[in-house]
Design a protein around this ligand. Structure first.
Ligand code: F0G
Length: 456
């Protein structure tokens, strides 16, 4: 049976068709930082899969029924019920986006001198741990270091390493174990149920809360049904529910698998912990039955959470990502394997071997994709993860020079991805034409979002 895409466009948005000259001028104006480009000069926007998806006609229809009352709105209860169909925690608090959930929950679990252990903290997650004076320690599994291997669960945490920390001198300082599903900072790779079970047992034995950063819980569940022995006959919903059951709580940005432009939740079993979070949410986000969200958004989210676990939708997403990865490889551009669902990660270090890490090959490839094709994306390499001295010279490069092509949900079709692959192939044919970059302005905090660069 050939694959049939399970939706069509119901409302469309035109995209700008620009010339190379216009794009060169835009890049100059933007200080050669894709985050500074105005979106109306971007033809294909692969900067993020967060809040960038298309909503469905049913989401729009439900949004019409929004109840915007301050406390106890019907829209809140519909939202909470939809979350509870997947997430078995006693307490669910809505907040406006994932990083608000991080800030609130981490403030309750961490503090100066405390440690957060993770497979990989995502960038805002790390920032929210460090702002509290706590340490964010990444313990990815060994397989994660080999970008080319086809190991199915390279998002796993190294459970032996977790056990070692918990039984060692730092053990009493660990305030949480945070598992990011799927592992966005680690190539978008999934975490297996076996790994979650193992880390859950270790966490319980040591009395440390296990928290899921579940922004892409549905995509992780889908990859479990595809890749993990014993789960082939489970539905994505059953797998997702089981994953949440193995943890003590979760934070989830719903801008991804909630299929909505905004929203997140904090979910915990522990009533004391929920109380502390609730006070913070009421003081900084909004009353506990809206947390900064409109009824309109909560209705969209309730319906989005019903749609996102549809196996047809998830299979389609897997196929699109695999298609782009395959086309990139055919164009001579290596990608992190195996392909995940929310993004394709290009191995820019290999595409542009003439550029040293201090000239930012990932950033150079991201800028080239915009210059040659109006495609926006961002690097995950030394510009983001390197360490620098006071003169803005790179001291420690990132382990890999990657570029993330994030895939907005239900937005681009095969022809758009074919176009991306063609532009990529053109760049890969003459890689030496791609210049390196140097920093001209480098703020110390959240550098990659705010820096300016110039070609050399
Ligand atoms: N956790 C993970 C794993 C994420 O990927 C993100 C956001 C967040 C937390 C924060 O959520 O944006 O709702 O505040 N990731 C986006 C991205 C920005 O492009 O990967 P948020």
């Amino acid at each position: 049976m050939p694959h049939l895409r399970p939706f069509v466009a119901a409302v469309v948005r035109p995209i700008p068709i620009t010339t190379r000259e216009q794009r060169i001028a835009e890049l100059d104006r933007a200080g050669h930082n894709p985050f500074n480009l105005p979106a109306d000069k971007v033809s294909i926007d692969l900067l993020s899969d967060s809040g960038t998806g298309a909503v469905s006609v049913d989401q729009q229809a439900w949004a019409q029924r929004a109840d915007e009352r301050y406390a106890g709105a019907e829209s809140f209860y519909r939202f909470r019920d939809a979350v509870r169909d997947i997430v078995p925690y006693r307490h669910i608090l809505p907040v406006h986006q994932g990083r608000a959930a991080e800030r609130v929950l981490f403030s309750a679990l961490l503090g100066p001198g405390r440690i957060s252990l993770s497979n990989t903290h995502f960038d805002t997650t790390r920032a929210n741990v460090e702002r509290l004076g706590a340490e964010a320690r990444d313990l990815p599994c060994r397989e994660a270091a080999d970008l080319d291997s086809a190991e199915p669960f390279k998002g796993n945490i190294d459970v032996d390493a977790v056990r070692e920390v918990l039984s060692g001198p730092d053990g009493s300082r660990v305030g949480q174990i945070l598992i990011t599903i799927t592992n966005n900072g680690g190539g978008g790779q999934p975490v297996s149920m076996a790994n979650l079970e193992a880390v859950s047992a270790v966490a319980r034995a040591h009395g440390v809360p296990l928290i899921l950063d579940a922004a892409r819980f549905a995509e992780n569940a889908w990859l479990v049904t595809r890749r993990e022995p014993g789960y082939q006959d489970w539905t994505p919903r059953e797998v997702a529910r089981r994953a949440f059951e193995l943890a003590d709580g979760a934070i989830a940005s719903l801008k991804k698998d909630g299929l909505s432009p905004e929203g997140a939740f904090i979910g915990v079993h522990d009533t004391d912990l929920a109380d502390r979070c609730e006070v913070d949410v009421i003081a900084t986000e909004g009353f506990r039955t809206y947390g900064g969200l409109t009824g309109h958004t909560m209705e969209q989210l309730a319906q989005g959470l019903r749609e996102v676990l549809d196996p047809h939708y998830l299979e389609d997403r897997e196929r699109e990502a695999a298609f782009l990865a395959q086309r990139a490889q055919e164009a001579g551009v290596d990608t992190v394997r195996p392909a995940g669902l929310h993004a394709i990660y290009l191995n820019a270090g290999r595409v542009l071997p003439h550029l040293q890490p201090r000239h930012f090959p990932g950033h150079a490839l991201a800028c080239a994709l915009y210059r040659e094709g109006g495609i926006r994306c961002a690097e995950l390499g030394s510009l983001y993860l390197g360490t620098f001295d006071a003169q803005n010279e790179l001291v420690t490069p990132a382990p890999f020079e990657l570029v993330r092509l994030a895939l907005p949900r239900r937005v681009y079709d095969h022809s758009h991805l074919e176009y991306v692959a063609e532009i990529l192939a053109g760049i890969a044919k003459n890689p030496e034409r791609v210049p390196g970059y140097r920093l001209t302005h480098a703020p110390g905090v959240l550098r990659h979002f705010r820096c300016r660069t110039e070609p050399i």
